[in-house]
Design a protein around this ligand. Structure first.
Ligand SMILES: NC(=O)c1ccc[n+]([C@@H]2O[C@H](COP(=O)([O-])OP(=O)(O)OC[C@H]3O[C@@H](n4cnc5c(N)ncnc54)[C@H](OP(=O)(O)O)[C@@H]3O)[C@@H](O)[C@H]2O)c1
Length: 332
């Protein structure tokens, strides 16, 4: 495993992190979840990402049990707040009330006294940014949270948060967690340049496009049995990539991966790690073999010619529009 700094902070994170969206507490049974976490630890992954909302809070519980007994100092545990975790109007968003209540729930479920990184899962248009940042800063001072970050924020929103933090002396955000893959590059035009200038890292999600970039979904064919596309919890999320034109283009990556002696999943993970603003690629897994496959992307260098071959293969299906980074207008 190799490690990168999270933004301009002293914290090191593993280049590959393990995330449990859709899987823990939902698509996979607890035994499989524990085996995947064990495989991640065995492969040198130290960084684990979850959120209060995953599987209606059950994902944090599963991760807490799976990591029980592991030396806390050897782990970086990341979680998030924003999406609804209960029926009430205050069970969501980035108000002082919800953040404070949610972090306590996360710490209890994760069976830990602190999280290493606490992330605003989206931008909350219904809470003054000062209120959110002051609450995050209070949690840092209380030692419940060591670093703060955001997820799917635009360059403008990140810049605004940094300005307020600098003016008020609040803890600065060190990371953003956006979707990023060879198919989804919407952060490149605005978020990455701003983040590089400000010492903010990207911790990127769905680097394999939820499994699509592994090449296992074939155009015109039903999805493989047991895959995310066939699962009740995941099918709706992956559907945006299951168009025949996307799947046909993705198959053209196969010879590129083969020439490099990589699996397509490894090529996909290696691709995001070529961007120096990416601190870590968060991979998901339903089976330990997938974790072991994906970590081999660490240390792989893709030269300019390979990157061009990938661009030529994918062509017009790559999404680059920065306007695709959006948070809900109103709290969900
Ligand atoms: N901040 C946010 O808003 C946000 C949103 C989404 C995700 N995330 C984070 O990012 C993490 C990763 O997201 P993701 O699960 O979509 O990432 P991903 O790594 O792109 O996709 C993971 C899925 O792809 C399949 N897969 C993985 N490795 C494979 C391999 N080697 N060969 C074949 N199939 C493979 C597995 O699904 P099957 O076996 O079921 O096919 C696995 O569950 C999440 O757990 C979460 O922590 C954050």
């Amino acid at each position: 495993m190799e490690f990168r700094h999270l933004g301009r902070s002293g914290l090191l994170v593993s280049e590959i992190s393990y995330g449990n969206w859709i899987t823990h507490g939902s698509q996979v049974e607890e035994d499989a979840a524990k085996l995947c976490v064990r495989a991640a630890l065995d492969e040198g992954i130290t960084t684990f990402d979850t959120a209060d909302v995953y599987a209606g809070t059950k994902a944090e519980e599963v991760l807490g049990r799976a990591l029980k007994g592991v030396r806390r100092e050897s782990l970086e545990i990341f979680t998030k707040v924003y999406w609804p975790t209960g029926p009430g109007p205050n069970d969501r968003g980035l108000s002082r009330k919800h953040i404070t209540e949610s972090v306590h729930g996360s710490l209890r479920r994760l069976q830990t006294d602190y999280v290493d990184l606490y992330q605003a899962h989206r931008f909350d248009n219904s809470t003054p940014l000062e209120e959110t940042l002051k609450t995050f800063d209070d949690l840092v001072r209380q030692g419940k949270v060591l670093y703060v970050g955001v997820s799917e924020w635009t360059a403008g929103q990140i810049a605004q948060a940094l300005k307020i933090a600098d003016e008020m002396g609040f803890d600065r955000i060190v990371s953003n967690q956006p979707q990023y893959s060879a198919l989804w590059r919407v952060i490149e035009a605005e978020v990455v340049p701003l983040s590089e200038k400000e010492g903010v890292s990207q911790i990127v999600w769905s680097p394999i496009a939820q499994g699509v970039l592994s090449g296992k979904y074939l155009p015109g064919q039903p999805p493989p049995a047991g895959s995310r596309a066939t699962s009740e919890s995941g099918a709706g999320f992956i559907s945006r990539f299951l168009e025949d034109d996307v799947l046909t283009r993705v198959q053209e990556l196969k010879p590129i991966a083969a020439d490099l002696g990589l699996t397509m999943a490894q090529l996909a993970v290696a691709w995001v790690l070529q961007n120096p603003n990416v601190a870590s690629a968060i991979v998901g897994a339903t089976r330990p073999e997938q974790v072991r496959d994906n970590v081999k992307a660490v240390g792989v260098k893709l030269d300019a010619e390979v990157l061009k071959r990938i661009d030529d293969a994918l062509g017009p299906i790559v999404e680059r529009d920065p306007a695709k980074t959006v948070s809900p207008e109103k709290r969900p």
